[in-house]
Structure formats: structure tokens, C-alpha cells
Design a binder for this molecule. Structure first.
Ligand code: UTP
Ligand code: MG
Length: 558
């Protein structure tokens, strides 16, 4: 997980610019399409913003005023955000009005006069203290404080969210979303992290473009979650009329070997030359080869891949679904948080369900509720501008501007009802015979054996959740039943329910029992997932109890 840090945001009140955190103000109607921006336009907006920005390390927040004056010499400043990482590192993300100011500032900036340090041009700088008395005097003469400082949380700590101050479970779900959803500053820093690599490669590879994808941009990202980055070639602006063409080398025939070598090379670049990049690990043997590294100035872990265009388009698809209805995001965030808390997901890859698969399950459930459409509806509505086929032939054609999708929302269920509905739906789901297809929005027969089968929405011959073992699926079902039972029994007893009540796993209660008897220590690591025959028996008894409770409560409802 990423290092913990607190973030303060500073904005220039002279500019009367009111900072909007990336928390959507949900309207009481059932759509947030009014605020919808087409994915590629949003990417472009964020990229331009990051090209107008630099990240400057400073001694403390007291340097903000000084830095503001210094940077203003190069052009108008639009925004400044101050944050502090764990320890004493203070940073100011400075956004200019115009990219030319950044170019001028970078041209004027100096490199360290130490032959051991390799000079690199990047948007990451540090602000040395002013040594000249004259400069100090000028600064002191004009000590207007042009900033207002706001403190916001960057690493979500759900224990600090005051769910008890909000009554209904639905409102608590909205509060959870607002508290942990990736915010504006988090997004800016992610795009700047991408720009650092892009700029480093630009000189020799002028078409290279580095884009964040996955939860950083699909609208389901949490503050502090890892950044997925992809290096692609942007061929949109090639001058087709020029008679002079650059010579170039052909790629090798084996694209996988080629990708692995590129990953090794990128790993070296990050490790040897790029400031702030540490803990570089090249995982070139993985199905999708990646370089893992930590960007210390931003305080996040990054996964860099090459030419993974389908994953980018998948992020777009998820982004679109996140914008369809105001209930999609709070439900996805609550389910992801529940899964993390009850220990059925894990940050490391393994035989357990991933956040991505879990998100698809929530979306599938919302298709059953008619809140979002099947993908094939979006494919049918696609216009000529929506046609998109990746270099490796994957058809990613679907309607991209959902304001063009007219549909009267007839489902008015509350978030609480949908949360219970999700748990009940999958607790009773026949995973043995059925696969999940978001393309049709229906269950389909499993084409091959896999404990959990979710048809990959863009590459329909693949199973997104092939990694999930039968044991992990069983744990998932047990936790689903437990959560359904907790909500259901609170409805019948008319007790006010807190989200924290749902976030307690059945395994924890079982382990607490064990602790009392055998003085066992509860561990959240994966070794918990090794069970003895006795444990399985206990589980069975427990399942029986839950099943009876569920059955009884359903009968009561009827
Ligand atoms: P991640 O596993 O990192 O998921 O895959 P995520 O959505 O970013 O969630 P967290 O926050 O890290 O847990 C990154 C992206 O890669 C694509 C999806 O777009 C996903 O969001 N992907 C992943 C696929 O296209 N297919 C897969 O099988 C897995
Ligand atoms: Mg991710």
C-alpha cells in the first residue's frame, strides 16, 4: 500500500478560483449525465493541466508565498496545492495559466552541481532557499499572504469517517464515496506522474504518450490507490503530407519478447535516471509484463505497462457506466470497501477476486436492475466517431457520449435496497453453471470450467476472473450471505444500521472465538486462507445457520 500522507491544498484567492474537489455533487434526480465529459476529452483536459504544472519540493508551507512570487516571473499562476508526505517532505503542485510558462521555468531552472547526479529535465524540482539578502528584503517588503490553506485527507482512513452522524445506510454510502473517492489533486498528481515518463522519452521517441488508466481514471478510484500507467504511441498527429520521413527500426516478429525487452529498458530508465522513482521491479514474465515502481514525490505505487490499449478502453467503458446513474459509484465503492474489510480482496495478486472483477459484478447486478444498459445497447447506439479498433484487432466500438442515450429511469430503489439486493443476488447465484456477460446483461452458460466466470467485455473469449479458486469463491459466498443477513435482520428488528456492521467478516468472528479458546492471534495475511478439515466443518455449520436465517427472513417478507 502507499505511504500515508496528509495533503493541504492551497489556492490563490486573488484569482477567485474556487477549487472543486473531484467529489461530484449528486443531484436528487437519477442521472449525473449533465456533468458528463466524454472520456477522451477528460483525458485531454487532465493532460493539458499536467503539462502546465510542475511539482516543487519546498522547506515548509511557509515557502509557498516565496515560491508564488518566484514562479509568477515566468507567467500567470492558476493554482497552487501544498501537501506534505510522511516525514518532513513538503511539496507544492503549481499550475500555470499557460504551458509556455512551464517551458520558460524549466529552461531557467538549474541542475545540481555534483558530478555524481545525472542532470534530468522533468517537472519535479526543488526550491532552494534564497541566499541573497536583497532578494530576502524584496520578499519581506511584500509579504502579502496570497494563499488560503485547506486541509484535506489524502489517504482514506475509514475509521475516521463519521458514519454515526448520518442516519440512513444510503447516506452513509454517499458519505463513504465522498470521503474516499479520488479527488482533484490526486488526479492531477497522477497525470503529472505520467507526464514525467512521457517527457523523459519524448526526445528519442517523439510519439510516445503515457496515460493513466484503471481506477485512476475509471471513476471508481480511491484516494491513494495505485496508478496504472500505459506507454502508447500517439499516431493521431502524423503529418501525412510531408515527403521527408524519419528512418526507423522494425519491431521484432515476436511482440511478447519485444514487450519484455521494452519493460526491462523502461525499468532501467526509471531506476537509473528519473527522480523520485524508487523500488523499481521489472515483472517481464507476467501475462501483461509490467514495471512496478514507487513515485516518492507523489507518494504512490505505479504499474507501468506498454501498448495495453484494450485496458485503456476498458477503463473508458467503466467510466461511462460510473456516469450513468448517481447510484453506481457509491454502490461500487461500498462493495469494494466491504470486500477489503472482510478480507476477500487483497492488494497482492492471487487466487482471490480482484477489485476489477468485483466492479464488473456490481455493474452486472445494476444491469439486472435496469439501472444501466447491457454493453450491446451501447454498441448498437455507436456512431461513426465511436468506432475504435485497437492495433491488435480488439473491437472497442461503443457509444462514448452517453448524453445521446435516452432512457427513462424507472428503478427508484435506494442505495440501501441495492446494497442488500447485490448481496442477496450473488448469495443465491449459481456460479457452478452460469457465466456473467455484461455484453448481454444476462447470465450465459459457462464455456469452460472456472470457479467464477465473468466474460471479458471487450475480449469476449477470455474470463476476467480465471484466477479465482473454488475456495476463494466459497469465502466470497459466505461473506455475501453474512452481509445480506446483517442488513436484513436490521431491517426486521428496525435497528439503525452502520456501514461498519456490514464490514465485519464472518472469519473475524470465527477467529475471535478461536482466540478465546486457543489464544490464537488473528492475522489479516493470506495464511488465514489455509483451512483445516475442522474449519471446513465449522464453516458448514455456519453456512447452514446463515441459509436458514436468510430463508426465514425471505419467508417473513412474503
Ligand atoms: P487493476 O487490476 O489495477 O484494477 O487493473 P483497477 O480497476 O485499477 O482497481 P484497483 O484500484 O487497482 O484495485 C487496471 C485496469 O486494467 C484493465 C481494467 O481497465 C482495469 O481497470 N483490466 C484489468 C482489464 O482490461 N482486464 C483485466 O482482466 C484486468
Ligand atoms: Mg489499478
Amino acid at each position: 500500500m502507499n505511504s500515508m500522507y496528509s495533503l493541504r491544498c492551497v489556492y490563490n484567492i486573488h484569482l477567485k478560483y474556487i477549487l472543486k474537489y473531484h467529489v461530484l455533487r449528486y443531484k436528487s434526480n437519477h442521472s449525473c449525465k449533465q456533468e458528463f465529459i466524454v472520456y477522451d476529452q477528460l483525458m485531454q483536459k487532465r493532460r493539458l493541466q499536467s503539462k502546465r504544472s510542475v511539482l516543487v519540493q519546498v522547506c515548509s508551507e511557509n515557502s509557498c508565498s516565496d515560491l508564488y512570487k518566484y514562479c509568477s516571473e515566468f507567467g500567470g499562476i492558476k493554482n497552487m496545492f501544498h501537501y506534505q508526505l510522511a516525514g518532513t517532505n513538503h511539496f507544492v503542485l503549481t499550475e500555470f495559466e499557460d504551458q509556455t510558462a512551464v517551458d520558460a521555468l524549466l529552461n531557467d531552472s538549474a541542475h545540481i552541481e555534483d558530478s555524481n547526479v545525472i542532470a534530468v529535465r522533468s517537472p519535479f524540482l526543488w526550491f532552494r532557499s534564497s541566499s541573497s539578502k536583497k532578494t530576502k528584503l524584496i520578499m519581506n517588503n511584500d509579504m502579502v499572504q496570497p494563499f488560503k490553506v485547506n486541509e484535506i485527507m489524502i489517504e482514506p482512513n475509514i475509521k475516521t469517517i463519521q458514519f454515526n452522524k448520518v442516519e440512513s445506510l444510503s447516506s452513509q454510502m454517499m458519505l463513504l464515496l465522498e470521503s474516499i473517492q479520488l479527488n482533484d489533486i490526486g488526479s492531477r498528481l497522477r497525470f503529472l506522474t505520467a507526464i514525467q515518463i512521457e517527457n523523459a522519452l519524448k526526445g528519442i521517441f517523439p510519439l510516445s504518450k503515457v496515460l493513466p488508466f484503471g481506477s485512476s481514471v475509471n471513476s471508481f478510484g480511491k484516494i491513494g490507490s495505485d496508478i496504472d500507467l500505459v506507454l502508447t504511441n500517439d499516431k493521431t498527429n502524423i503529418n501525412k503530407s510531408s515527403r521527408l520521413i524519419y528512418h526507423g527500426k522494425c519491431m521484432s516478429n515476436n511482440s511478447r519478447t519485444q514487450t519484455q525487452r521494452h519493460i526491462e529498458l523502461l525499468g532501467d530508465l526509471l531506476q537509473l535516471f528519473l527522480p523520485g522513482c524508487s523500488k523499481v521491479k521489472r515483472i517481464s514474465q507476467a501475462k501483461v509484463p509490467i514495471v512496478k515502481y514507487s513515485q516518492d514525490f507523489v507518494g504512490v505505487e505505479c504499474d507501468l505497462t506498454v501498448s495495453n490499449e484494450t485496458a485503456v478502453r476498458m477503463s473508458e467503458l467503466l467510466y461511462i457506466f460510473g456516469c450513468f446513474d448517481y447510484r453506481v459509484r457509491p454502490l461500487v465503492f461500498t462493495i469494494k470497501m466491504w470486500a477489503q474489510q472482510v478480507n476477500i480482496t487483497n492488494d497482492t495478486p492471487g487466487r482471490w477476486i480482484t477489485n476489477f472483477s468485483l466492479t464488473l459484478l456490481v455493474l452486472f447486478y445494476l444491469q439486472q436492475e435496469n439501472i444501466i444498459p447491457p454493453i450491446q445497447t451501447l454498441v448498437k447506439l455507436a456512431g461513426s466517431n465511436d468506432v475504435h479498433i485497437t492495433d491488435d484487432g480488439v473491437n472497442c466500438t461503443f457509444l462514448r457520449d452517453i448524453t445521446k442515450y435516452s432512457h427513462k429511469q424507472t428503478n427508484s430503489k435506494s442505495l440501501e435496497q441495492l446494497l442488500l439486493g447485490f448481496f442477496e443476488y450473488f448469495a443465491a447465484y449459481d456460479f457452478n453453471t452460469n457465466a456473467i456477460s455484461l455484453n448481454f446483461g444476462t447470465v450465459v452458460a459457462k464455456p469452460e470450467y472456472s470457479a467464477l466466470y465473468i466474460v471479458n467485455p471487450l475480449e469476449v473469449h477470455f474470463n476476467v476472473s480465471k484466477n479465482v479458486s473454488p475456495e476463494e469463491l466459497e469465502r466470497f459466498r459466505i461473506e455475501l450471505r453474512n452481509a445480506a443477513w446483517v442488513i436484513d435482520s436490521s431491517i426486521h428488528s428496525q435497528n439503525t444500521l452502520q456501514l461498519f456492521d456490514i464490514f465485519k467478516s464472518i472469519e473475524i468472528s470465527k477467529n475471535i472465538k478461536k482466540q478465546n479458546i486457543f489464544n490464537y492471534e488473528y492475522q489479516t495475511n493470506t495464511s488465514n486462507r489455509l483451512v483445516t478439515v475442522k474449519d471446513l466443518f465449522v464453516e458448514d455449520e455456519h453456512n447452514k445457520r446463515l441459509n436458514t436465517q436468510l430463508k426465514n427472513s425471505k419467508e417473513r417478507k412474503i
